[in-house]
Design a protein around this ligand. Sequence first.
Ligand code: HEC
Length: 110
Amino acid sequence: MSNHQIYILTAVCFIANLVSAVAVAQESENFDAEAKYQATCFACHGTGQAHAPVVGDIIEWEIRLEKGFNTLVQSTINGLNGMMPARGLCADCTDDDLKAIVQFMLEESQ
Ligand code: HEC
């Protein structure tokens, strides 16, 4: 292999590393479900305000999860019984964001 070829190979590797580093940086900028939960849902679900099921109450969430994860996400999007406000009052949450928060709430209640 000539020096010239080695130089090109090194350059290609360098660029490949750079590309994967950028990809990792983008991934870590993902939606922060915990921060959003604290900012919006915690007002009710951290305190039991309006009889909201409290995050960390294992039995409560076990019973709710019997409806299925997707049903819980749907109740979050649409609201429930006039008590749980639609989208949990998170105006800038997408459906996927809400799903991630529900996932977080369940993980905290196992
Ligand atoms: C104003 C208070 C309030 C806020 C804010 C709120 N919730 Fe709720 N949530 C409730 C109440 C009350 C219930 C219970 C409703 C019922 O079972 O009748 C509930 C129920 C739920 C349930 C269970 C649904 C089911 O089908 O059993 C989920 C999941 C949920 N909330 C997610 C969220 C998420 C995610 C947020 C924030 C984005 C949020 N909530 C914000 C009051 C609130």
